[in-house]
Write a protein that binds this ligand. Structure first.
Ligand code: NAG
Ligand code: NAG
Ligand code: NAG
Ligand code: NAG
Ligand code: NAG
Ligand code: NAG
Length: 475
């Protein structure tokens, strides 16, 4: 069915009034969904049925907003559409959801692993979750929230369940009219510390920075007046989730086919979705924008600088604002006496590529540990809550550092410097002191000269108009 067809169909049922009274939210093993029939959640928020994007004849079993049939939030068979018009969806007596065509070829199956002997049924909930339930216990045997498409609805966990092995993440559509899995994915990685990555294929495009006990080090995760966010990291589960506080607000979070992470909202009866924010906010959010050992500051021009003690590796490229080459040390580390660290305040921590993580060390012990190993290039507290704890150490280049401007809780990092750079920076600060002193002296001098001049001027007034003040000054 085309989108137009769907809209027409919806208008038809809206005016006939028969559909609402007969539309059910459950599917039992004796029933099926086919040829335009759908399930509708009990408060008529979501609808499940077959849809065909654009001009395509491909049939996908999907969930969309009842009021917005062209906003599809979940698809079962996105990799394997039914090509004829006889797509059928059923539930087996053992609780498996199945899609097949007019010739009984199976196109998709939910492969529910939890077997049950009790009667089963599938139900479309008002949350947009499509669940398979055991009729005796009413517990879920399978749920669509465990297999996200490109959209995270409120209450839908993004992340892992270590017990079941399920990893829920977003995969963008290939293009606006092709819901098959595209290149972009957004998921939580848990290498050392949890952080979210947007990837295009294997390539990293954006990351939130590691979780630092309060937020991901590069993005805020703050409750607002309309939304609550949760981050859960236990031995059983690791996920982020959100809830909408305001009943008049509908919200969804999606990964667009062009790789944008957007929070969309719809107020009351406005009928129009608006973008509340995009997670990728500015150029500094592009992964490794400033190359290795560079730092991105969005309020500076140019936005990229080398870290203290580093110089552009490819100066000519750097001059024309091609920062991909990044920066290299002005003076190599030699692990000789006098090496130390410079503090860089309020940053998104570098990516965890070559690193060590020890949550039992404090900052002082972390410094000592980093100091011991000549290839340790930086360290930081891994958790900044309650005054800071834990130890992260980096080895090799520092990738994708940006200044974090939201303020509030500061995430600092300490970068290793050879003795010469450290004495150079103290020389620089001495120099600044000298400049301040000199300028204070010259300021005082100017003040005395001005006083003297005024005194002379008064004198001159007394002497008479014919005398030139300059001559007086020269006397
Ligand atoms: C579905 O509709 C098509 C065309 O309207 C019809 O040819 C087909 O027999 C129907 N399939 C079923 C299973 O009712
Ligand atoms: C179900 O299992 C079959 C066979 O193991 C597999 O080919 C198919 O991709 C699975 N379907 C889903 C939705 O995981
Ligand atoms: C579920 O069980 C109830 C009785 O507890 C029964 O009335 C109902 O028909 C059953 N529904 C399904 C879908 O099996
Ligand atoms: C947001 O509020 C909820 C409910 O009060 C709370 O559980 C959660 O921890 C808060 N999230 C953050 C990130 O502070
Ligand atoms: C930037 O510099 C790198 C390294 O020399 C080069 O490979 C790349 O093509 C340059 N990018 C652009 C857009 O010129
Ligand atoms: C320093 O750390 C690196 C990276 O973890 C490790 O490979 C190396 O063995 C360490 N060197 C010493 C002397 O401990």
């Amino acid at each position: 069915m085309t989108t137009l067809g769907l809209v027409f169909f919806h208008c038809l049922v809206l005016f006939s009034g028969i559909y609402y009274s007969s539309a059910a939210d459950t599917l039992t093993p004796t029933q099926s969904i086919r040829n335009g029939s759908t399930l509708v959640s009990s408060s008529k928020i979501f609808e499940l049925g077959f849809f065909s994007p654009g001009e395509s004849k491909n049939q996908y079993l999907a969930i969309w907003y009842k009021k917005f049939p062209d906003i599809v939030v979940w698809i079962a068979n996105r990799e394997n559409p039914v090509k004829d018009s006889h797509a059928i969806h059923t539930i087996s007596s053992t609780g498996n959801l199945v899609i097949f065509d007019g010739e009984n070829n199976i196109f998709w199956s939910s492969n529910s692993s939890r077997a049950t002997k009790s009667p089963v049924f599938a139900q479309l909930l008002d949350s947009g979750n499509f669940v398979v339930r055991d009729n005796d216990t009413k517990s879920y045997l399978w749920e669509s929230f465990d297999f996200p498409s490109d959209t995270q609805l409120p209450g839908m966990k993004m992340g892992r369940n270590f017990k079941t092995g399920i990893n829920r993440f977003l995969t963008a559509w290939k293009d606006v009219y092709d819901p098959s899995p595209g290149d972009f994915t957004y998921r939580i990685d848990n290498i050392g510390l949890p952080q979210l990555f947007l990837r295009q294929g294997m390539k990293k495009r954006f990351r939130t920075g590691p979780w630092n006990g309060i937020r991901f080090s590069g993005v805020p995760l703050q409750n607002t007046t309309v939304l609550n966010y949760v981050f859960v990291d236990t031995t059983e589960e690791l996920y982020i989730n959100y809830a909408v506080k305001d009943n008049s607000l509908i919200s969804r979070f999606m990964l667009t086919e062009s790789g944008l992470l957007q929070r969309l909202v719809l107020y009351g009866n406005s009928g129009e979705w608006t973008v509340m924010y995009s997670v990728q906010n500015d150029l500094c959010d592009d992964y490794a924008q400033c190359g290795p050992n560079g730092i991105c500051r969005i309020n500076k021009r140019p936005i990229c600088e080398c870290l203290t003690g580093f110089l552009p590796r490819l100066p000519h490229e750097w001059e024309v604002l091609n920062w991909t080459g990044g920066c290299a040390r002005r003076t190599p580390l030699d692990c000789q006496k006098g090496e130390g660290f410079v503090k860089l305040e309020n940053v998104k921590l570098p990516d965890l590529l070559e690193f060590k993580f020890n949550k039992n060390l404090n900052l002082k012990e972390c410094r000592a540990e980093c100091f011991k190993n000549c290839s340790c290039t930086a360290y930081a507290n891994s958790d900044i809550s309650n005054g800071g704890s834990g130890c992260l150490m980096w080895f090799g280049n520092l990738i994708d550092i940006r200044e974090y401007i939201q303020g509030q809780s500061k995430q600092d990092i300490y970068i290793r410097m050879p003795a010469s750079e450290l004495s150079d920076s103290s020389w620089k600060s001495k120099n600044i002191v000298i400049i301040v002193v000199t300028s204070t002296i010259s300021g005082l001098l100017a003040f005395f000269l001005a006083c003297w001049y005024r005194i002379l001027k008064k004198k001159r007034k007394k002497i008479g108009k014919q005398t030139h003040p300059k001559l007086l000054l020269l006397k």
